[in-house]
Design a protein around this ligand. Sequence first.
Ligand SMILES: C[S@@+](CC[C@H](N)C(=O)[O-])C[C@H]1O[C@@H](n2cnc3c(N)ncnc32)[C@H](O)[C@@H]1O
Length: 454
Amino acid sequence: MRPLRPPTEFLDQHLDVFQAALYELPEGCFKIESGPPEPVDMNLFCIQDIVDNLVESKKRLRAVPQEMFGRARQRCNPYELVGSSIFMNRASVKLASIDSQLALTATKEDPGSPINDQAGDAGVDDPVIIAKDTFRFADLCSGPGGFSEYLLWRKHTWGERARGWAMTLRGELDFQLDRFHKDAAVQEALKVFYGQDATGNILKQENIDAFVEMLERETAGLGVGLVSADGGVSVDGDEAVQETLLQRLILCQILTMFMVLQKGGDFVVKIFDIFTPVTAGLVWILSRHFEKICVMKPLTSRPMNSERYVVCRHLLERRPARVIEHLKQVNARYQDIDDRAASKNPDTKDTPDTMKSSGDTAIKKEDVNHIVDLKVLTEDSHFMEYIKRNNMKTAIRQTEALDVFLNDQETLSARMADPSSTATPPSTTAPAATATWRTSTASSSISTSSTSPR
Ligand SMILES: C[S@@+](CC[C@H](N)C(=O)[O-])C[C@H]1O[C@@H](n2cnc3c(N)ncnc32)[C@H](O)[C@@H]1O
């Protein structure tokens, strides 16, 4: 049976929700500035001392041997034991956590759409016959597929219709449909697409355009009610460059979303720190195109890392032309920078920027430094206050989690080196927290009985 959802006012009180004071885009707000990477003023979107403490703890983390991570991680993250629940990976559970708080899987009906009233039982490759109540979603940078697995499982176990379209890089992290929970009933309900050049690389404009064209055709121009975007690459422990390394990827996911999301639809995108004007500019752009946004960290997301999600509720305008054009131009600038760098260093020519190691990025000579006029951003005091507060809260929590992890890890190392040592690791809060998780997700009927991947 489908559970009742908490009213929005209730959610707004418990989450840090932001609603723009006005949605109109100020004249001349969009600009593109590139050049040598600009030094980041940490007092602009956070507080220097808070960031210094975080950086200090991250430095200590780098000295921790990899084999010590598992156990100490469990101790500093009470929700670690939730694991992947009944799903293929922890990503599914993160989306379940966001869904339980923000009702992402409510089917969005666009009242103005000419949608067919017929039941939709055609395969995804067939000409579209989609029922009014079919939940349509796009899942970007989505391999191996935990988000899609959760969305299909959620809707199908409610006895509702769902259709998904996904794009992700081929290779190691490609979709693994055989690992989907059987109740997700993925057959015919999900189409994985790899763009015009068949790589699935969303940084390429031609791949974005091909995905949009396919999706528009297969939904008869309706678009989708939800876009999820979880792009990320390994930063090899060098989180300092994570934010700038992933900016283009986040931008391309946002661009794709603006091209496929229906009016009134929702969007969830993973971001990391918001310390630079480019990331802050992207969040600002989102805040001006959706009724509300919420930068949040799901309960099961590891508190030691910078990962956060921007959940955007109710797109105000279908295919907003001005922002789409601007984001395309920014992406073209990134491509231009990459092409010039590749012509100087042919060894990196075929490596998507997001796939380069952090070492490559650290020596980047040129980058995009601004996508929104900094004056416009900083004069939006309501927005600035929200981002600063969110950054401060996240950084302080992250530093605390790192310190718990590091202290615990040091105690464990001491005991291993000298079993007679009296040092006792702090007691874990995991069982109590797992119980909380069970209660908080009960309304979504998520079983946490199995914590190991299937
Ligand atoms: C954290 S994983 C996503 C996990 C996924 N949401 C799930 O539920 O299983 C990040 C994904 O981003 C993809 N990715 C990274 N760079 C990409 C790019 N340029 N184009 C498309 N996908 C990309 C990776 O291949 C990987 O599949």
